[in-house]
Design a protein around this ligand. Structure first.
Ligand code: CA
Length: 219
């Protein structure tokens, strides 16, 4: 999962990024409102964490612009003040959740995971697609109830596919969500990753749709 972290305080940003990376997210940072607006408007993220007090363009305006141009990824708003009016403004501008500073990093990662989960249509933290089960809290994988050991990258690939129910995902899209838009990862590397995971958890769990991409088997 690819997260856009918008926070101008470098220390707080570093702490949040570390916590999110530990929870299996690929984190890309923006330190001002203009950079944030541009990144969210032109690239594909699974979730954004958006501070409201930002240089150049405030967070609320960033959020309004994203929503006005049809960007629908879930957004968790952060604010130094816990004033209820700010919370209402954020929600009305299109925020999906709100966290007042200071906060516990564990609460932030739990909320971010929940937003991503709900955007993928899941109510509970354990995801089931066909014979595959992913526990998003423990980042663990099971097939037919039997646990399988996978690397963090392999887990993130399965997690991303599980969050796109009924949709075929291209190798390019997988590369962007696992490695970022700036990192050049070719289709062969994605193919090799898929092959590795198939050897570990069973060949038929991930289906290949020729010319289109990959999807988890729903049976
Ligand atoms: Ca700030």
């Amino acid at each position: 999962m690819r997260a856009l972290l918008v926070e101008d305080d470098a220390e707080i940003a570093a702490d949040i990024a570390q916590a999110l990376m530990g929870a299996g997210f690929l984190v890309e940072k923006a330190a001002d409102g203009e950079a944030a607006w541009f990144a969210g408007d032109t690239e594909d993220f699974d979730v954004a964490i958006l501070d409201l007090g930002l240089p150049k363009l405030d967070g609320l305006s960033v959020l309004k612009r994203w929503r006005a141009s049809g960007r629908s990824f879930p957004v968790l708003v952060l604010s130094a003040r816990s004033a209820w009016t700010e919370k209402v403004d954020g929600i009305e501008a299109g925020a999906d959740d709100y966290l007042g500073k200071p906060f516990e990093l564990g609460e932030l990662t739990a909320r971010v995971r929940a937003l991503v989960r709900r955007a993928g249509g899941y109510a509970a933290p354990v995801l089931t697609v066909g014979r595959l089960t992913l526990d998003t809290r423990r980042m663990s994988v099971a097939v037919d109830g039997a646990a399988h050991r996978v690397s963090p990258l392999e887990y993130r690939m399965l997690d991303y596919l599980a969050h796109q129910p009924g949709r075929v995902v291209s190798a390019g899209e997988l590369a962007e969500h696992l490695h970022g838009a700036e990192t050049a990862v070719d289709a062969n590397a994605i193919e090799a990753l898929i092959a590795r995971v198939r050897r570990k958890i069973g060949a038929d769990i991930i289906e290949t749709r020729r010319g289109f991409g990959y999807a988890l088997s729903e049976t």
